[in-house]
Design a protein around this ligand. Structure first.
Ligand SMILES: C[S@@+](CC[C@H](N)C(=O)[O-])C[C@H]1O[C@@H](n2cnc3c(N)ncnc32)[C@H](O)[C@@H]1O
Length: 233
């Protein structure tokens, strides 16, 4: 029988069946995408807490020479992607860059040792670490880092230089033996303060055991130096 000649009743039954299938499919789809209440994980809560303290610090902007948000995110990314567990920072100030590192250290289960010569800034950092809930991840070493770094014994995955720029070469000479092969040295302000760290820049670009590149488009420039793994030396 030609479709045009089918009795209307059969046609309406088919339409009803189609509609029923459609409704069932829609219901199934809506079940599949129905939003469920998702509780933030402890890690998400910890991250939110750290970011909240960082935003507070950026809002206050009281001349602590902190890394920018962009630079901070870079520090976090470098630490997290490399799975860094042992980070050493020279130049804590009130703890801004340290907090960016802590975002990574939560994931890598690592620790940061940070050095600060100014006791007022060190006390602000201590408060900020407590507020952000990361004081168990960070050790602040107070005093002149040129002296205090000689007490560091363990290996270093990432060394971050952000203190007296003229002192960078001394920090490098003292700490390079502790940076593990494959480890990273990050120097801040390599563009803005290149004149103050010429000897450092010479060292990291001429030592055959190191590979260095410069990010010039960041706030004040950042130098990234890889300590080559033994197999590639
Ligand atoms: C540019 S600020 C560090 C900013 C910090 N990394 C941040 O992004 O929040 C430099 C800090 O290095 C500290 N500093 C300078 N010379 C130092 C030294 N010899 N030993 C330890 N800290 C030093 C200063 O007191 C200052 O707080």
């Amino acid at each position: 029988m030609d479709a045009y000649m089918r009795p209307p009743r059969t046609k309406s039954l088919r339409l009803t069946a189609c509609a029923a299938v459609g409704v069932a499919l829609l219901a199934a789809a809506s079940c599949a995408v129905r939003p469920t209440t998702i509780e933030p994980s402890d890690a998400m809560k910890a991250e939110t807490r750290i970011l909240g303290v960082l935003e507070d610090m950026y809002r206050q902007e009281y001349g602590m020479w902190n890394v920018t948000r962009e630079d901070g995110r870079l520090l976090r990314i470098l630490a997290e992607t490399s799975g860094a567990k042992h980070i050493v920072e020279i130049g804590t100030s009130d703890g801004c860059s340290a907090l960016w590192f802590c975002l990574a250290l939560q994931t890598t289960a690592g620790r940061l040792i940070t050095h600060e010569i100014d006791d007022y800034r060190a006390s602000l950092a201590r408060e900020n670490f407590q507020r952000a809930g990361v004081d168990h991840l960070v050790t602040i070493v107070e005093g002149d880092a040129h002296k205090t770094v000689t007490n560091i014994k363990g290996k270093i995955d990432i060394l971050f230089l952000h203190a007296d720029k003229t002192g960078n070469l001394d920090y490098l000479n003292k700490l390079l033996p502790l940076v593990r092969p494959g480890g990273l040295i990050i120097a801040h302000s390599t563009t803005a303060n290149s004149q103050d760290m010429k000897d450092y820049l010479d060292a990291v670009t001429t030592d055959p055991n190191l590979v260095t590149t410069f990010l010039r488009e960041t706030d004040k420039g950042i130098g990234l130096t890889l300590k080559k793994p033994a197999s590639t030396r």
